[in-house]
Design a protein around this ligand. Structure first.
Ligand SMILES: Cc1ncc(COP(=O)(O)O)c(C=O)c1O
Length: 374
């Protein structure tokens, strides 16, 4: 058990960005270049991410949400269709299905990794099912091989999974479409932004038409489809490029912090880390425990009083107001999701934290456990 030291004097933020002078200088250089919107920095980001993700095409867009939405639109999904996804996710994953006019159907999750359960997916597939949207939760890839075997298009929500590998293959090179987020807390953080990777030429072309109104010259401009405005600016791409330079360095810090947590919570009854599949490479986007020694919300409050910032990933989407009362008629109960939604608690994890910050979080958890357990 770690030293039961005193409460931290300063609040430990949950997931502060790790931004240095290099990002600031990159933004200044872009602003001086005269390109504010999509231009050479975005093209460079796409090219470098093609290499990094081992994918044929990478398209930069304005957010992870836009990446998911355009992916579904490119697949032609619309009213009357059903799309199977998980409820233990950020609402964006399900919202984009609603935006296309299709109906989200939530499969239950595995009790160990909390990723979508292929057996539950299998039981929900019918003639209206047009795609599956798995989430690589916390950085642990979903069971992509089992999901692909159903023969439906896979739109993988890899918002947490920039560095992940599934059975040796890079996430981003496996599904029909893989969607990443560059949001402020993500492993490649530009503030906002998203990326779509695909090996399919037809889908890359469709998304390219959808993400921005293409302009020609003078009276010759034309559009192939009534598209959206979801391109990424060079200002944000220039931040993402520096973050990409640091990805290995940041991954090493995350890995070290996860090891401190794992050692620190070992032996704490009623505190369990979410399982990882040793055959995969986990991106360590979040370190999430399941809290059963006391009410999760009480534990979160107590950690806050200890000056430790935490978060919840996630409250099940099907329980949120926007979704209550609009479930698909074939929506089954989701007992594993419901229980996980009551137990998960995310501890501070960021390359901006020091090892001592993480030790402070562990010590605080021990104090809270000693006070609240049994
Ligand atoms: C699992 C998941 N999917 C999708 C998104 C949406 O990404 P963005 O915030 O870039 O739109 C997020 C993130 O924030 C997320 O955590």
């Amino acid at each position: 058990m770690p030293e039961v030291s005193a409460k931290r004097s300063e609040f430990l933020s949950f997931q502060p960005p790790a931004i240095s002078d290099a990002e600031i200088e990159a933004v200044a250089a872009t602003l001086r270049s005269g390109w504010l919107t999509t231009g050479p920095r975005t093209a460079e980001l796409e090219a470098r991410m093609r290499d990094y993700l081992e994918a044929k095409h990478v398209l930069a867009v304005s957010s992870g949400t836009a990446a998911l939405h355009l992916s579904l639109v490119a697949l032609g999904i619309g009213p009357g269709d059903e799309v199977i996804t998980t409820s233990l996710t950020w609402p964006a994953t399900a919202n984009v299905i609603v935006h296309t006019g299709a109906t989200p159907v939530f499969a239950d999750i595995r009790d160990d990794t909390l990723n979508i359960d292929p057996e539950s997916v299998r039981s929900l597939i019918n003639e209206r099912t047009k795609a599956i949207v798995p989430v690589d939760l916390y950085g642990q890839p979903a069971d992509l091989d089992e999901l692909m075997a159903f023969g439906l298009p896979l739109v993988e929500d890899a918002a947490h999974a920039a560095e992940s590998r599934h059975r040796g293959r890079k996430v981003g090179s496996i599904s029909d479409l893989t969607c990443f987020s560059l949001y402020a807390t993500k492993n490649i953080a530009a503030g906002e932004g998203g990326l779509i990777s695909t090996n399919r030429d037809d889908l890359a072309e469709a998304i390219d038409d959808l993400r921005v109104m293409r302009r020609g010259h003078g009276s010759t401009y034309d559009i192939a489809v009534p598209g959206y405005k979801a391109n990424l600016s060079d200002v944000l791409s220039s931040i993402a490029l520096v973050q990409l330079d640091k990805i290995e360095q940041h991954a090493a810090i995350r890995e070290r912090h996860v090891a401190i947590y794992e050692e620190g919570i070992a032996g704490l009854d009623g505190v369990d880390a979410v399982a990882r599949d040793p055959r995969d490479h986990h991106a360590n986007h979040l370190f999430v425990i399941r809290v059963t020694f006391a009410d999760r919300d009480v534990v979160q409050q107590a950690l806050g009083e200890e000056n430790i910032g935490t978060s919840i990933h996630f409250l099940p989407v099907h329980r949120l107001s926007a979704y209550r009362g609009r479930m698909a008629p074939n929506q089954p109960p989701l007992p594993v999701t419901e229980r996980a939604g009551d137990e998960v608690l995310s501890l501070p994890l960021s390359p901006a934290h020091s090892d001592d910050d993480v030790r402070d979080a562990v010590a605080a958890l021990h104090r809270v456990h000693a006070r609240l357990a049994g």
